[in-house]
Design a protein around this ligand. Structure first.
Ligand code: PBG
Length: 520
């Protein structure tokens, strides 16, 4: 809390200040009185001139002060005859020195010294409580800073403690060295002092328009909650429209559809994916019919439609996912989705050459305006678990590591960027997001295309579970996660928190608005 400039600390600083003033005054007073006394004495010793312009001669060697070449005393010498200046001779030898009076010898030094001693007495008196103590300027400054920080405007009365600061036991004193101070010129905390400082220092910004809302859809009359993803449901048609409307009201305009396909429609080649009556095609038309300004994006992959739960066609002999005939299916899927009105298609299958093939297929069908958001660096991740439970799309055997990337690899992503860019991708995606912030940054630094990151189901459900157990603050952890993904370089974030995060961020009395307005 920035309000540690509490009364205790400040009072202690003030008491130290009064002791310091007292000590300085005593020292100054004593020195001045001694100086005045000695100077007067040396005036007598040297018989120095006391009338301006008058010259007299003294014998050097007694005190031997050191002078510079214009006759000014240097070093610690205090034995300069008052008002006199040497005009010839050398102090360092036993010689005769000519001096000329240049000013009246000070008769005020003794008075000055006594003044200092009186000041010292007053400082000590203040310390002992003999002089009344009003709140000092420093105290009120610290109080007002603390008040701003805590939203507490009641700054009257030095005896109050700030909310949240534990009362100190009577007679408590910090066990620290009085006046300890680092010789530190550069202090980053200066720019973090107040909410207003922190608001102007903020480097990363995030708005609902950065989010893409994934929607789970199914061919049922009502919604079905997804137990592995609390707060998410497979939606019926009516709920899809409601959800899109609510998201758009918060400023989320971008949606991506994931279908739960009935078992009887699944085949080894996933041909249902390009059936024009498929649930995805119907849902695109439904959304665009009601919300023509919504950006509707589709997932291009076979896994929801494939009896094997893989993103491509499986060789029954080897279990290998056959790249090129899979790509042929994906092209048909993408073109059918474009026909239904999809604005962007998102191949998530990680087959080689699919971005170029899909681009050609779309262009040949006249859909030059339909974009491709490619899952460019999609890892074979265990964080997809809840999603596969949601769609009942887990692979029937093995895993996806013959086509998705190894979590150990980063440089390999550079090859994927190069290929996807050359093949005509419009947006590059990294997936998952939070465990792969370095990959988001790598893509951002190596491409001029917009970068998307998928905050996947496992990342979402972990926050939900931690919050449900009371271990973490859901709102703050979710927003911090999303902000970190933005900071790493994501322009777009696909997240199941899209609507909820936008509500938190748009709440005029919420934590997020207070931060960006410089109040927290
Ligand atoms: C399937 C697909 C997956 C996700 C998006 N599209 C799962 C997978 O690759 O197995 C995962 C999304 C999530 O976990 O939130 N092509």
């Amino acid at each position: 809390m920035p309000s540690y400039g509490s009364v205790q600390t400040t009072t202690q600083a003030n008491s130290r200040t009064s002791w310091n003033i007292a000590a300085a005054c005593v020292a100054a007073g004593v020195c001045t009185v001694m100086y005045a006394a000695v100077a007067n004495q040396s005036q007598a010793l040297y018989a120095s001139p006391t009338v301006v312009g008058q010259t007299s001669t003294v014998t050097s060697g007694f005190v031997a002060p050191r002078f510079n070449n214009v006759g000014r005393p240097i070093g610690a010498s205090t034995f300069v005859p008052q008002g006199a200046q040497r005009t010839s001779g050398d102090w360092n030898e036993d010689s005769t020195v000519q001096m000329k009076a240049t000013q009246e010898p000070s008769t005020h030094l003794m008075d000055l010294g006594l003044g200092c001693l009186i000041a010292a007495a007053m400082a000590i008196g203040y310390k002992m409580g003999l002089v009344s103590k009003g709140p000092t300027e420093q105290t009120s400054l610290d109080w007002s800073m603390a008040a701003v920080a805590d939203g507490n405007t009641d700054v009257e009365g030095a005896a109050k403690t700030l909310p949240g600061i534990a009362a100190r036991p009577a007679g408590y004193k910090h066990e620290v060295t009085d006046g300890y101070q680092l010789e530190e010129v550069s202090r980053p905390r200066r720019n973090r002092r107040t909410p207003a400082h922190r608001a102007f220092m903020r480097e990363t910004h995030m708005v609902p328009a950065n989010f893409v809302a994934p929607l789970f859809i199914h061919d049922e009359d009502s919604d079905q909650e997804i137990s592995a993803m609390p707060g998410c449901s497979r939606l019926c048609a009516a709920s899809v429209l409601k959800e899109v409307g609510e998201c758009m009201a918060e400023g989320v305009n971008f949606f991506i559809l994931f279908p739960k396909v009935a078992d009887h429609l699944k085949t080894p080649d996933g041909r249902q994916c390009y059936d024009e009556t498929d649930i995805v095609m119907r849902t695109i038309k439904l959304i665009k019919g009601t919300y023509p300004d919504a950006i509707v994006c589709t997932d291009v992959a076979l896994d929801p439609y494939n009896t094997d739960g893989h993103d491509g066609i499986v060789d029954p002999e080897t279990g290998y996912i056959i790249n090129d005939i899979t790509v042929e299916q994906l092209c048909k899927q993408a073109v059918q989705q474009a026909k239904a009105g999809a604005d962007i298609v998102a191949p998530s299958d990680m087959q080689d050459g699919r971005v170029g093939a899909i681009r050609d297929a779309l262009d040949d069908a006249g859909f030059t305006g339909v974009g491709i958001m490619t899952y460019c660096a999609k890892y074979a991740s265990a964080f997809y678990g809840p999603f596969r439970a949601a769609l009942d799309s887990a692979p029937g055997f093995g895993d996806k590591s013959t086509y998705q990337m190894d979590p150990a690899n980063a440089r390999e992503a550079l090859r994927e960027i190069e290929l996807d860019e050359a093949e005509g991708a419009d947006i590059l995606m990294v997936k998952p997001a939070l465990p792969y912030l370095d990959i988001i940054k790598l893509l951002k630094e190596n491409s001029a295309l917009p970068i998307a990151a998928y905050h996947v189901s496992g990342e979402y459900s972990m926050i939900k579970a931690g919050a449900a157990a009371g271990y973490i603050d859901e709102e703050k952890v979710a927003l911090e996660s999303l902000l970190s993904i933005r900071r790493a370089g994501a322009d777009l974030i696909l997240t199941y928190y899209a609507k909820q995060a936008s509500k938190w961020m748009n709440d005029p009395n919420g934590y997020w608005q207070s931060k960006i307005k410089g109040k927290l």
